[in-house]
Design a protein around this ligand. Structure first.
Ligand SMILES: NC(=O)c1ccc[n+]([C@@H]2O[C@H](COP(=O)([O-])OP(=O)(O)OC[C@H]3O[C@@H](n4cnc5c(N)ncnc54)[C@H](OP(=O)(O)O)[C@@H]3O)[C@@H](O)[C@H]2O)c1
Length: 254
């Protein structure tokens, strides 16, 4: 990349909080033509820190992000946030449009059902909660959706196992056991988890990626139905790549 001045590295801002964002920051860290800043929302108590510079906390909406891009002379913006982090992605699109800073979305592909999978795709956590009674009111549900949006499951009669990195806040399902853990998870571990907790329904978002995919294989093997929340649509007009190699190609082309 160039900034118009040969002696100054181009500043790349990565909106992060994902393994892919950390991977991209790591891969760009030794490039002397770039200065890389990763941005974290600051939600996780002990985040895994990416290589290079890191800033933490919200920008104050799309206008705040646009101000930050201008103030820090950002030459390119990579939105490598989680596929379900729709607000920051919308802000990135608006801020990029307002500042004419090139924007790329880095999104790992979603999961696809294979033979033997018993998936029930839905559009939201609320729709997942509405579907659960039809799958059995007395069932034990593994809620693997993170700690956001759990209000959708409050008041449901099922027994829930909830896994998240940090403790979730209220409102929670009435009967809930919380398991604090952070991926990657193994197939053996997920098989054991389903067996030990006698899980008979899995609820997940279509996050994609290998780190949390073993639960899907374990559910398939056990014949367990999986309620899969589809991803929100990415902001229109933003180019999307699936991996960091393609993101680096895009950056070289700026
Ligand atoms: N959603 C998930 O399931 C999930 C899973 C794993 C990791 N994460 C990561 O956790 C972060 C928050 O996710 P979310 O779903 O709460 O996001 P969100 O709903 O899209 O964003 C809410 C607000 O949080 C701030 N924010 C989000 N990501 C930021 C970032 N990378 N840097 C600075 N500010 C950020 C922004 O505040 P301002 O408007 O004040 O700028 C944004 O408007 C994201 O960075 C995402 O990559 C999310």
């Amino acid at each position: 990349m160039t900034t118009g001045r040969r002696d100054r590295p181009a500043h790349v801002l990565i909106l992060g909080g994902t393994a892919q964002a950390r991977q991209l920051a790591e891969e760009l860290a030794d490039d002397p033509s770039l200065t890389v800043t990763s941005s974290l929302a600051g939600r996780v108590a002990e985040p895994l820190l990416p290589a290079g510079q890191v800033r933490t906390g919200g920008f104050g909406g799309a206008d705040g992000l646009a101000d930050w891009l201008r103030g820090h002379r950002v030459a390119a913006l990579v939105d490598a946030t989680h596929p379900f982090a729709a607000a920051i992605s919308a802000n990135a699109a608006a801020a990029a449009a307002a500042t004419a800073v090139p924007l790329l979305a880095l999104r790992r592909p979603g999961w696809t059902a294979g033979p033997g999978d018993r998936w029930h795709p839905v559009d939201s956590l609320e729709a997942a909660a509405e579907l659960l009674p039809s799958l059995g009111a007395d069932r034990r549900v593994f809620l693997s959706t993170g700690r956001g949006g759990l209000a959708a499951f409050a008041g449901l009669p099922q027994q829930f196992l909830l896994r998240s990195v940090d403790p979730p806040g209220p409102p929670l399902p009435t009967a809930v056991e919380v398991l604090l853990d952070r991926g990657p998870f193994t197939l053996g571990g997920e098989r054991e988890l389903l067996r030990e907790h006698r899980i008979d329904i899995l609820v997940t978002r279509d996050s994609g990626g290998a780190a949390t995919a073993p639960k899907l294989t374990a559910a398939r093997e056990a014949g367990i139905p999986v309620v899969v929340v589809r991803r929100p649509a990415p902001p229109p007009g933003v180019p999307v790549v699936a991996d960091t190699a393609a993101a680096r190609v895009w950056l070289r082309g700026r």
